[in-house]
Design a protein. Structure first.
Lengths: 150, 176
């Protein structure tokens, strides 16, 4: 079984959303591909590869304890739809976000998942994702990069 | 202005693996394919070897028990009780077993004698099929590793033959 270019690039982009570092992202993809090859009877190989990439990333990622303020605000992905950022600033935006926030954006923008689907995929409670979205919006606002459509 | 979603999308779509990175990753798959093919071939050859070894020994046993059945030698002990027969044939190094394929309601044991199969001591029992009155010969002997998995039906020299394994024994039934 071999993955085509499209699949491998998809894995790479996902890994990049987590790591923001190209070499690290490539290493994660390499790990994911090897894991799939060692399990020839896995049915959904693409999903399995991505799970392996994610698990490996969070194993390696040194999580800094952020003082996370409680955000009592219901935010949906639709709210993000209304957000617009200067395209030249996207890279800077992604830099200030943590891996979970980048992953959330990736799964929403690239894979078109709903909040419930992302919650199921990442085994994260929906409430946690909602808070994460709210924090994400706050970060975008605080950096004055956000321009909203009214 | 493009939506935030499209901006994120465009950003990630601009990222891709280099040609050398792609080659290395796809090379892993090819190597794995080669290894799998090699392993598959080795396993298939081994399986064929086992198959032909088993087939050869099956045919040998079939020929042997059909030949012995044809000699129609008389029993050394007449009894329908397997335990009694077992006691009367003390050289047997196994316990005679009631086969599930030959239930007592349909088959009657008439008696038994010593014989051998592939040079190993065996029991030759005479059985009567109650429904048609025909007499069959049932052989029982120790199961060796070459005989494991045998389950065979055949017609040889006008006789019907069945070979199977049950309760740790090789069983063979020869009849009309």
């Amino acid at each position: 079984m071999s993955f085509n270019r499209q699949d491998l690039d998809s894995f790479y982009r996902y890994a990049l959303s987590l790591t923001r570092k190209e070499e690290w992202a490539y290493d994660l993809v390499s790990h994911g591909v090897e894991k799939v090859l060692s399990r020839p009877f896995v049915l959904n190989k693409k999903a399995y590869a991505k799970r392996c990439i994610r698990n490996k990333f969070f194993d390696e990622y040194q999580r800094k304890e952020e003082a996370v303020a409680f955000i009592d605000e219901e935010v949906s992905l639709d709210d993000l739809e209304k957000t617009a950022i200067n395209k030249d600033l996207i890279q800077k935006v992604l830099k200030v976000l943590n891996p979970e926030e980048r992953e959330l954006l990736y799964l929403w923008a690239m894979e078109d998942y709903s909040l419930s689907e992302i919650a199921s995929l990442t085994k994260t409670p929906r409430g946690t994702l909602s808070s994460r979205l709210a924090r994400l919006k706050k970060k975008l606002k605080s950096t004055n990069w956000e321009e909203t459509h009214e | 202005m493009s939506s935030f979603k499209n901006q994120i999308k465009n950003y990630y779509q601009s990222k891709e693996l280099s040609a050398s990175q792609l080659e290395r990753l796809q090379g892993k798959s090819s190597m794995s394919l080669l290894w799998s093919a090699g392993a598959g071939l080795a396993i298939s050859c081994f399986a064929l070897l086992i198959f032909f070894s088993t087939a050869k020994i099956e045919n040998q046993i079939v020929d042997e028990i059909v030949y012995n059945h044809g000699k129609n030698l008389s029993v050394e002990i007449s009894s329908s009780d397997l335990i009694k027969i077992g006691k009367a044939l003390p050289k047997l190094d196994f316990t005679l077993a009631q086969s599930s394929r030959l239930p007592p309601g349909k088959w009657k044991v008439l008696g038994a004698r010593y014989c051998s199969i592939q040079g190993k001591i065996a029991a030759q029992l005479k059985l009567e099929n109650i429904s048609n009155g025909h007499v069959y010969t049932l052989y029982q002997t120790h199961l060796t590793k070459e005989m494991k998995g045998i389950d065979h039906k055949d017609q040889v020299s006008g006789a019907s033959v069945q070979l199977w394994t049950e309760k740790g024994l090789l069983m063979g039934l020869v009849g009309p």
